[in-house]
Design a protein around this ligand. Structure first.
Ligand SMILES: [Zn+2]
Length: 82
């Protein structure tokens, strides 16, 4: 079995827009690892918002991609709402 290196450096590959409400840069938190089925990535902006995406049958790359799109899309939607 090939062990994948989960490093916090991976955050730099991901572009997250700042929170539309407080303007803070969100941080990502990895919960779980590739050896267990239940994996979750949580994005939080230190207060007002929190978003979680989890996966059973995908790896962290998939979750990163999904939550990145979701977060950035949400930001755009909120802006046009104003
Ligand atoms: Zn916020």
């Amino acid at each position: 079995m090939i062990e994948k290196n989960l490093s916090w450096d991976r955050q730099t590959e991901i572009h997250l827009d700042p929170c539309p409400f407080c303007g803070k840069k969100p941080k990502m938190k990895y919960i779980g690892n590739d050896h267990i089925r239940d994996k979750v990535i949580e994005i939080s902006c230190w207060g007002c918002c929190k978003m979680r995406v989890g996966a059973l049958h995908h790896d962290f790359n998939w979750i990163e991609d999904t939550i990145q799109k979701k977060w950035n899309k949400r930001t755009d939607a909120e802006r046009t709402d104003q």
